[in-house]
Design a protein around this ligand. Structure first.
Ligand code: FEO
Ligand code: CA
Ligand code: CA
Length: 687
């Protein structure tokens, strides 16, 4: 029976998202029961076993160092009155364009509900590539009335999310664009779509519209414009039916074997690729997020912990391929929920699902290197009350572009230790009252430890084998008492300071009856607007197991007393809600895109200084069209690239009754697209 879309009932949604987005993107992650029902708030034998005495002492040392050094341990410079300049509330479009930290000198865009991409004055924007544009040889031009799976498999996919721009050596003015295609919205793709009776062709088009795209782009000499290079030899599509390899310690496990793949090493497809990362060795990482929604007839505690429902799925793929029916192929869903690594420069490389990084709803995966050259990958599990993770490789990256170096570097993420985070506040619990009021020490802050879960084939979690830790990582986090967070999304280490920034989107259930209440790291009950956590590894050594943390931003309307902008005066910042993807610009500023603005205006992209006298000065750079989310920001010297995801995804909208006609205007189908923003005078962004 078709469930009524909550659009008709005005059901409350997390943030400002439509019911359609919740259904098709996340499989109603915010409506289904919170999958984490574990009671993990204990520091018992399990943790004592998992943590060394050394790590406990190190964590304590971090607190001491932070406290002793005052603001300097995490914050290189406090905001000063001098820095605040003239002008009014940036969120209302005031302020001089020349105000701001280097890289952020633009007049902020005012919050709005316009069905377009709005950029600051002096800036221009254009669409780089749209859903359906042909990128492979032989693929036809996009025709919404003549779609086919075959055509889509050679065209840019639907709902672009993560973006990466990689250098193309030897090809002047060209870069390689890599994009995730998180999910499909059949109501906005197919005229007359009947959700009860999808056709095989529609389902196969959806399979081909998921996955990843690689497409070369040509830079226009005098501006920041980018044009796709069709039929470039590196252009590539990977879809829900392409071949992927499982690698690392759980590859071949009995938990990963299916009737089609008795060896447990080869998977068809990648699903729900949300955000990702770009590695220092030139590959890209792609998080498989809400994979649960594609699998029908789940049963048992592990399916439940991952949110795999017991009935039919929304898209009904299980009618067309048994592997999407958990009653018939119970292990197939175990082969999704991983971090995928792709080498976009090698069209023959079989993309790999790296089991050493664990299985959960991977939002993203962004590495940095330890001082001795080993990659550390930070990762969020985007679910209410789920966890923050990191992986530390035991192998060093080899420099240079030789074949041997590339082959070596492709093994870095198969060997190392997977950790989950536990955060402890430094203020008395009674001072964190759930309203967002700062505790008496003036900050939401504290210390943390990375609890090891598994190293290679050795489990650190009593009662679980290493294979179980990798395949059922959420349960391992439950057992060791990881901290339940408010939807950990993208995590990005600053290339300048090494500090790590974690976007926590929101958590409508925090503090509700039967759910955990506020703690210092998640300090607001019914958290509508989210926050951004800043984390400093012990002695700036990302392979250590202790860290210090503080909240960098507590989002919302700055006139709301329950907000915090790193101590910067709140009459000088833009309103922000539901931080999601984060990226750094070449100046060390953090850029934040939003998903589900609960302040009632459209989602956007913001820049904020993380260091110096303007630390915390948040400025809105752009807004996206009706129903859309801002994704995949890439900030280069001369351009800002964003993925406009699910434009027009408003409750009740269809192809025939669109809520948005972006980017091509009335009479044309709405199309998720990548947008480049550049300065009209050809100079660098924000200087
Ligand atoms: Fe796909 Fe957590 O956003
Ligand atoms: Ca505190
Ligand atoms: Ca996201």
């Amino acid at each position: 029976m078709r469930r009524l879309l909550p659009l008709l009932t005005k059901a409350p949604h997390a943030g400002g998202r439509s019911a359609l987005t919740c259904r098709y993107r996340c499989g109603d992650a915010c409506f289904h029961e919170v999958p984490n029902t574990s009671d993990n708030e204990y520091v018992g034998d399990v943790i004592a076993g998992a943590l060394s005495r050394r790590s406990m002492m190190r964590a304590a040392a971090v607190v001491t160092v932070t406290a002793a050094a005052g603001a300097t341990a995490l914050v290189p410079g406090a905001p000063s009155a001098e820095a605040h300049g003239a002008g009014g509330h940036p969120g209302h479009g005031h302020g001089r364009p020349s105000d701001g930290a280097r890289g952020l000198r633009f007049r902020p865009v005012a919050p709005n509900r316009d069905d377009k991409v709005t950029v600051p004055e002096g800036y221009a924007q254009h669409v780089v590539i749209r859903w359906g544009e042909p990128i492979l040889r032989g693929a036809p031009s996009f025709d919404p009335d003549r779609q086919s799976a075959r055509a889509q498999a050679g065209q840019f996919g639907y709902n672009n999310d993560f973006l990466s721009l990689l250098p193309l050596r030897g090809e002047r003015g060209r870069q390689l664009l890599v994009a995730n295609h998180e999910y499909t919205d059949e109501f906005l793709m197919f005229k007359g779509y009947d959700p009860e009776n999808p056709t095989r062709e529609q389902v196969e088009i959806a399979w081909a519209a998921h996955g990843l795209s690689v497409v070369a782009v040509q830079e226009e000499h005098r501006s920041g414009r980018l044009t796709p290079v069709t039929r470039h030899p590196l252009n590539r599509r990977l879809t829900a039916t392409s071949r992927f390899e499982l690698t690392g310690p759980a590859a071949g496990s009995a938990l990963l074997r299916t009737s089609a793949d008795p060896a447990g090493r080869t998977v068809l497809g990648t699903l729900n690729n949300c955000a990702g990362g770009t590695t220092p060795w030139g590959t890209t990482l792609h998080g498989e997020e809400n994979f649960n929604q594609y699998f029908a007839n789940g049963s048992g505690p592990t399916d439940k912990r991952y949110g795999i429902g017991s009935g039919a799925t929304e898209r009904k793929w299980e009618r067309f391929d048994d592997r999407f029916d958990a009653a018939k192929e119970p292990n197939e869903s175990h082969r999704f929920g991983w971090v995928v690594e792709l080498d976009p420069h090698d069209p023959d490389f079989t993309p790999a699902k790296r089991t050493a990084l664990g299985r959960f709803k991977h939002e993203a995966a962004q590495p940095r290197l330890t001082s001795d050259g080993r990659p550390v990958v930070y990762m969020g599990d985007d679910e209410r009350f789920d966890y923050l993770y990191k992986f530390v490789s035991s192998k060093r990256m080899k420099k240079g572009g030789s074949r041997a170096a590339r082959e070596h570097n492709r093994t870095l993420l198969d060997h190392g230790t997977l950790y989950v985070a536990k955060l402890t506040g430094d203020s008395p619990a009674a001072e964190v009252d759930g309203t967002g009021k700062l505790p008496n020490d003036g900050e939401f802050d504290g210390s943390g430890v990375w609890i090891p879960l598994a190293t290679g084939e050795v489990s650190h979690v009593p009662g679980m084998s290493a294979e179980e830790v990798y395949v059922f990582t959420r349960l391992a986090g439950d057992k060791v008492g990881a901290t339940k967070m408010d939807r950990p999304e993208d995590v990005e280490p600053s290339p300048r300071s090494g500090r790590v920034y974690v976007a926590l989107t929101n958590n409508s259930n925090r503090g509700k009856s039967g759910y955990p209440g506020a703690d210092e790291a998640n300090p607001r009950n019914l958290n509508k607007h989210g926050h951004v956590l800043e984390l400093a590894e012990h002695w700036d050594d990302p392979s250590s197991d202790g860290f210090a943390w503080r909240l960098f931003l507590v989002a919302g309307d700055p006139t709301d007393p329950a907000t915090y902008f790193a101590g910067f005066p709140k009459d000088r910042v833009s309103p922000i809600s539901c931080p999601d993807n984060v990226a750094f610009d070449p100046h060390g500023n953090l850029w934040i895109s939003t998903d589900g603005n609960a302040l009632g205006t459209h989602d956007g992209l913001y820049g904020v200084a993380t260091q110096g006298s303007r630390r915390g000065e948040l400025k809105q750079f752009l807004t996206v069209p009706t129903g859309a989310e801002t994704c995949g920001p890439v900030i280069q010297d001369r351009r800002v690239l964003v993925a406009v995801q699910h434009p027009g995804e408003v409750d009740g909208a269809t192809v025939e009754k669109p809520a948005s006609t972006w980017p091509d205007g009335p009479g044309r189908i709405v199309r998720p697209s990548v947008v480049a923003v550049y300065r009209k005078d050809g100079r660098d962004i924000g200087v």
